[in-house]
Write a protein that binds this ligand. Structure first.
Ligand code: GLA
Length: 381
């Protein structure tokens, strides 16, 4: 991480002509369990990754924002008049946060930002939430804004939903803002209550493999929106404000005729139950007890919510065959990453087995790392 801090600090000085006022960072996340439950007012349990967006910044004397990313060396400039929802390009995640702060009545001023990110893009690890939450940390500090952590997460999500135009839930921005090192974040997406749950896999002789299938996210936006619409329609038919309120899944299913909708509901209701169980097992430090919940979550995403793809399913099956206690896809779906709970020191071996299975099926090589629960957004310098 410190090399990223040095890189953005040096580049800032080169590009802007003076050192930055500070350096901030915000992480990507892995979701341990609780997929597509957030926008159903349900439960999720992500943790933040060490992979993060690092931003050097300072105020400008004019009313514009100039943003440079060292990933591809691109610079974009926009002024107050450009802060209009629907902006395209990567800079929309930065502009959207400034827009959301401004819209909420905060006095925002022009700034120079130079950033770099090591959060894999399009892998379901919330690279966009990292950029949003990092930008929020920067602007709040530069402009001396008093914005509580959960309010930061809400504003960052508002940027994603209303400015960028992606109808996501609250999980990713909450994770990037609120997570603590060594903990998973149990987050109730209705009450916005959070609990930091210690997650020390190493002490239990375990580790969590995060494997990026590198499958292109085809159709992810339209499929995400259609899953969300289906859940909202089901809640309306069931006479509840959100699927969170369905506790008796069998009774609910008898009230629905549409077979696809029934499966969507079954996923959400059972996934919420699995998050609650996972939280209990984590509290009891029964980490191996997570494994059957991971497996059941994956089966539910594959068969009921239908958001997995062949590479993801093959990765999960192969991880299990190679000795993982449990495995599931993590993130929004249609590609991206899987997580697998394995004995400490075995992540590379399991990843190699998956790479071989991919090669035998004609898929390109995956990438992998061990997921370390890390800190949320913060000023580093
Ligand atoms: C994406 C969204 C989140 C959440 C997950 C699925 O990451 O941004 O809000 O819905 O998908 O759990």
């Amino acid at each position: 991480m410190s090399t990223d801090v040095d890189a953005v600090t040096t580049s800032f000085a080169d590009l802007v002509g003076h050192p930055p006022a500070g350096v901030w960072a915000a992480p990507g996340r892995v979701n341990l369990i609780g997929e597509h439950t957030d926008y159903n007012d349900g439960f999720v349990m992500p943790f933040a990754l060490p992979q993060r967006v690092t931003i050097a910044a300072d105020r400008r004397s004019d009313d514009s924002w100039r943003v440079t990313t060292l990933n591809g060396d691109r610079t974009e400039t926009f002024g107050r008049a450009d802060l209009v929802p629907g902006m395209s390009g990567w800079q929309a995640y930065v502009a959207g946060v400034i827009w959301a702060l401004d819209e909420a009545g905060h006095q925002v001023n022009g700034a120079d930002l130079v950033l770099t990110s090591d959060v894999p893009i399009g892998a379901g690890l919330s690279s966009s939430a990292a950029l949003e939450c990092g930008t929020l940390a920067v602007i709040a500090d530069l402009d001396d804004l008093v914005v509580e952590p959960m309010e930061r997460a809400r504003l960052a999500r508002r940027a994603e939903n209303a400015f960028v135009g992606a109808p996501t839930g609250q999980m990713d921005q909450a994770a990037s803002t609120l997570c603590q090192a060594g903990h998973a974040l149990f987050f109730d997406c209705r009450t916005f209550e959070v609990e930091q749950v210690p997650l020390d896999l190493a002490a239990a002789g375990l580790e969590l493999l995060v494997l990026d299938t590198r499958t292109p996210h085809a159709l992810v936006d339209s499929e995400y929106a259609s899953r969300r619409a289906s859940c909202e329609a089901a809640a309306q038919l069931l006479g509840v404000s959100a699927l969170r309120d369905v506790t008796d899944v069998d009774a609910a299913l008898t009230q629905l005729d549409d077979e696809t909708m029934r499966r969507r509901v079954r996923h959400v209701v059972t996934e919420n139950q699995r998050v609650l169980k996972a939280s209990e097992r984590l509290q009891a430090k029964d980490y191996v007890g997570l494994a059957p919940l991971l497996d059941a979550s994956h089966a539910s995403m594959r068969d009921d919510f239908e958001i997995t793809v062949p590479t993801v399913d093959l990765a999960v099956e192969t991880a299990k065959q190679a000795g993982a206690y449990g495995a599931r896809m993590t993130g929004g779906g249609f590609g991206g990453c899987i997580i697998a709970l394995v004995d400490a020191g075995r992540a590379d071996e399991v990843a190699t087995a998956i790479g071989e299975a991919f090669a035998a099926s004609g898929y390109g090589p995956p990438a992998h790392f061990v997921g370390i629960p890390s800190a949320g957004a913060a000023r580093l310098r």
